[in-house]
Design a protein around this ligand. Structure first.
Ligand SMILES: Cc1cc2nc3c(=O)[nH]c(=O)nc-3n(C[C@H](O)[C@H](O)[C@H](O)COP(=O)(O)OP(=O)(O)OC[C@H]3O[C@@H](n4cnc5c(N)ncnc54)[C@H](O)[C@@H]3O)c2cc1C
Length: 402
């Protein structure tokens, strides 16, 4: 016989966005039911989280745990290796230029997801059903879902944190603009002979960036190599020695001898943007709400801002956190940030892979200007870390309003 559970809030999906949502929304003592499988411990990716996202992890009580396994990102460098007719000068961004010790931290996904999952399990007012949501039925005053373990859940608010193909988004009747990109990301970690100096270097190629991001200790880094799908597949099947050589060649040996570590993952890339971010008592967070290529490390940073906004808005409406007016507010508050970030990342990616001369010229001129103008560089560094803070530094009146 099925068990029926009534809760104020259901969270579907147990990736980093879903786990963070369950923790944040249960922070005021409300009962939350989380549905989704335990996070994979096989994920070898790392995630660069900027300072606002780290401050949010502090609020969730995970800051110290995450800092202990992370490497600071103090310098970011872009090197043009496109071989295009119009190329850009190398640009270096230093956190010290805007008075910061580092932009953010690079954290292994397995550690981040492990810390989030552990905190969820410790929280008494979260019931975690480690199974999929099988069926969604939104109604005027609640959402009913059927879980694969036979439980039937009724919630005032349902949060779809169920990833890029989000069944929760479909149930909410929200349409999506989706584009498959001619790129895949090959991901692995590697050791190197020279110290990375807590610098992340992006080598821009005609098919996407090949980005090294520092890991703790100085002599290990993670790599996200965005390239043509066939090239990513070919690289992924090379033996360790051959792949080490190919990477060293790509990076012009700037980190000395490279030794790749076991474990490679290939992610086909796409971009997707829903027409709305909430409807029919279902709010979208994380990749259910935005998908774009892993360039400039924005995805999970943006997701944690979704979670923070949803938490602030629903805590102000404890009686009915899924009421239409509450979700309209969430939609309106998230729209500018999500659209701005998605468009910016897609534009950078398009300017990289486009062979059209105007796109090459615009990219080269933009990066050239960034390299030469410290004020403009400072603006972009602040905006990259914390949306609105670049404007706030330029126009003090803006700072007072935000
Ligand atoms: C190569 C790469 C590098 C990246 N690097 C960075 C970075 O440096 N910085 C950054 O900010 N972002 C980065 N990102 C983006 C970041 O990884 C994603 O934004 C983030 O993982 C999305 O998390 P999520 O929880 O929304 O989705 P997911 O991690 O996809 O989680 C979705 C969860 O929902 C579950 N699910 C699906 N269907 C159901 C169902 N019916 N019922 C219940 N559960 C369901 C799935 O099992 C899964 O656990 C990177 C992405 C890639 C691909």
């Amino acid at each position: 016989m099925s068990e029926y559970i009534d809760v104020p809030i259901l969270v579907a999906g147990s990736g980093p966005a879903g786990l963070a949502t369950a923790l944040a929304l249960s922070g005021d003592g409300r009962r939350v039911l989380l549905a989704g499988p335990p996070p994979s411990v096989q994920d070898r990716r790392t995630t660069a989280l900027m300072r606002p996202a780290l401050a949010f992890l502090d609020q969730l009580g995970l800051g110290d745990q995450v800092r202990a396994v992370a490497a600071p990102l103090s310098v970011m460098r872009i090197v043009d290796m496109t071989g295009r007719l119009i190329r850009s000068p190398a640009v270096t961004f230093r956190a010290a230029e805007i008075g910061e010790e580092f932009f953010g931290l690079n954290i292994p996904n397995a550690d981040l997801n492990g810390a989030l999952a552990e905190a969820v399990r410790r929280r008494e007012n979260i019931a975690w059903h480690e199974c999929m949501v099988g069926e969604w039925m939104p109604h005027a005053d609640h959402v009913e879902v059927h879980l694969a373990d036979g439980t039937i859940v009724r919630a005032r608010l349902a949060v779809a944190a169920d990833g890029r193909d989000s069944p929760g988004r479909t149930a909410a009747g929200i349409s999506i603009r989706h584009r498959r990109l001619p790129q895949s990301a090959l991901v692995f970690n590697f050791a190197h002979g020279r110290h990375h100096g807590f610098t992340s270097t992006e080598f821009h190629t005609e098919h996407g960036p090949c980005t090294q991001v520092p890991l703790p200790g100085g002599f290990r880094s993670s790599l996200v190599w965005v390239t043509r799908p066939a090239h990513a597949d070919e690289l992924a099947t090379l033996d360790d020695e051959a792949l080490s050589l190919r990477l060293e060649e790509r990076q012009q040996s700037f980190l000395g001898k490279v030794t790749v570590e076991p474990g490679r993952q290939v992610f086909p890339l796409s971009s997707a943007l829903p027409s709305r971010f909430a409807a029919r008592r279902i709010a979208l967070v994380g990749e259910a709400a935005h998908v774009f290529p892993p360039i400039t490390a924005q995805g999970l940073n943006l997701s944690l801002r979704d979670v923070k906004e949803l938490t602030d808005i629903t805590h102000a409406h404890p009686d009915d956190p899924g009421a239409p007016a509450v979700l309209q507010r969430y939609d309106a508050r998230r729209r500018p940030d999500i659209l701005a970030r998605s468009n910016a990342v897609n534009l950078v990616n398009a300017s990289l892979i486009s062979s059209a001369l105007p796109a090459q010229f615009a990219r080269s001129a933009g990066l050239g200007l960034l390299g030469r103008a410290p004020g403009l560089r400072g603006f972009f560094m602040r905006e990259g870390m914390h949306p609105g803070s670049g404007f706030a530094a330029l126009v003090p009146a803006f700072a007072r309003r935000t």
